[in-house]
Design a protein around this ligand. Structure first.
Ligand code: ATP
Ligand code: MG
Length: 393
């Protein structure tokens, strides 16, 4: 078993005598030295290794592929290892070339190896600093994307509200004269009215997201919201696609904001239907919601606080996601729907993710390209205190 406290040094050196002296200079307990004796073996190792390598010490002249080529090739393939380049003599030109190709330092063998241990530690530190900086830059970029999103929603919400006011007003006027309508038409109107109500709530939520205020959460029966969304999807999308709701009324009570849960399910539902339609609808297609109880005992990779959760599974047998799409799916503005009218904004899952996090929950995607996709969402279960408070009012 490799010791994680040791700094792993990959030594690529064909000359046994040099390898012996370098090994001796590094016989210090801090290092774990792995030796390879030719350039091709080094390249294979570097391109395929998943392990963290502290520093790569690489000779210039090597069988099959020389050291300079190994540095260039691994860089080209996106693998940025911390290389120290070993030169046979003090010919500075090859060393300069190696540094240009991405090596972090070089050592003419003629100088001996007494300072090698310090050099390795220094190069390792520089490499870590470069990685940390690039992580910070990525975090900053995603923060900036989020800030743009906030500004954008602020503008949209304003106009969205005006439109909704007109819609709500007109529906209320129609409902005032309900004797003009058949029962079915009245049902349709009430559906529109309810959807308008959700849209008004949504606008409020968006305003809150902009101001970063927490949304109000109550104990709700997850079935009721899922049932409402599934009925809406059933009435508005191809009936060949079966809408399977595999939970019972009263079975899962979560502490959440109803409009936001509606928003999550609607986004996932629409995405799922599109994923089926994009690969071509056929008999046997389905979207499915199921759930199970989940107890978080010790913090794990999901970072959930200890407690009781409802684990919701939203599945479809549509086109699935590639690894790349899965990785980027929650990024603001990421979309694969780039064609004409059906063009996506790439905001649906960003909002879903934001709502889940705001509920102190967790979401992840499991998907097989060409086969199916399952969104796993963890929501805190009912809050006993909240229930008492609600009963009193
Ligand atoms: N169920 C799914 N199956 C396959 N791919 C999906 C699924 N859900 C989302 N995706 C992929 O994730 C991308 C991002 O989804 P997201 O909902 O954020 O944006 P969108 O649907 O493209 O646009 P919109 O802003 O209109 O929702 C989609 O473009 C699609 O490629
Ligand atoms: Mg979407």
């Amino acid at each position: 078993m490799p010791d994680k406290n040791l700094l792993k040094v990959l030594l690529v050196e064909d000359n046994d005598a040099d390898a012996h002296f370098i090994g001796k200079a590094l016989s210090h307990k801090k290092f774990e030295v792995v030796r390879l004796a030719d350039g091709q073996a080094a390249l294979d190792y570097l391109l395929n290794s998943e392990e963290e390598i502290g520093v790569v010490l690489i000779d210039y002249k090597l069988p099959f592929v020389d050291g300079l080529e190994v540095i260039k090739e691994s860089r080209k393939k996106g693998k940025n290892y911390p290389f120290i380049f070993l030169t046979v003599d003090s010919n500075i030109d090859t060393a300069v070339e190696a540094m240009k190709a991405g090596a972090l330092d070089f050592l003419p063998k003629i100088k001996g190896y007494t300072g090698l241990s310090d050099m390795i530690e220094k190069v390792h530190r520089i490499h870590r600093a470069i990685i940390d900086k690039s992580i910070l830059e990525k975090q900053l970029q995603s923060r900036q994307k989020m800030d743009t999103l906030v500004t954008l929603t602020r503008c949209i919400v304003h106009d969205f509200n005006n439109i909704l006011t007109v819609m709500e007003g007109n529906i209320s006027l129609l409902l005032l004269n309900d004797s003009n309508f058949t029962e079915q038409q009245l049902d349709f109107l009430k559906n529109i009215d309810r959807a308008c109500g959700h849209a008004v709530d949504l606008a409020k939520q968006l305003r809150k997201i902009n101001r970063d205020l927490p949304s109000e959460k109550i104990n709700i029966d997850f079935y009721e919201i899922a049932h409402e969304v599934f009925s809406l999807l059933e009435n508005t999308t191809d009936k060949i696609i079966e809408k399977k709701l595999e939970i019972e009324s009263g079975e899962f009570i979560i502490n959440a904001n109803p409009s936001e849960i509606n928003q999550i399910l609607l986004n996932l539902g629409i995405n799922a239907i599109k994923a089926i339609e994009e690969r071509g609808t056929r008999p046997g297609d389905y979207i499915k919601v199921s759930a199970e109880n989940y107890i978080q005992k010790n913090s794990d990779r999901m970072g959930l606080q200890n407690g009781e959760y409802v684990h919701i599974l939203f599945e479809d047998n549509g086109k699935g996601m590639t690894e790349e799409v899965k990785r980027k799916a929650f990024d603001p503005y990421f979309t694969t729907r780039t064609q004409g009218e059906k063009e996506g904004q790439g905001l649906g899952l960003t909002i879903v993710n934001k709502i889940v996090r705001e509920h102190k929950g967790y979401i992840y995607i499991e998907s097989e390209a060409g086969k199916k996709t399952t969104f796993h969402i963890f929501f805190p279960k009912r809050n006993p205190k909240k229930k008492q408070k609600l009963k009193k009012t």
